[in-house]
Design a protein around this ligand. Sequence first.
Ligand SMILES: [Zn+2]
Length: 117
Amino acid sequence: MEGLCKNCGQMHLVSAETQEEADRIASESCDCENEAKWHRMMEENVEMLCGEQSRDLNFIPLDDTSLRYVKTTCELIHAGFISNAKFSAANSEIKINGVLGKVDIKRTKKQTNQMTI
Ligand SMILES: [Zn+2]
């Protein structure tokens, strides 16, 4: 059936049971540029890399305040107010860079092994 993207109004052919579902699928699969969509994707990515889900990548999750800081930094870079940021948190280094209108987040684990005998 036909679903309508809530962001740009574009029509998409989707398989859905109800109009509501069709519109939701159309909105999610539409590749239009949209701030709300960007924001949702950014939140998901930051959660994956720095939130509880980062345990799957063998990272220590950031505390809520730091996590908010990462998201705010992404927003500031996205808005063009700052160009990059680098900081250390939860035994890792986090680099956020604005590259050609996109925001790159890189998290590197600080791992040092030392033995004193
Ligand atoms: Zn759209």
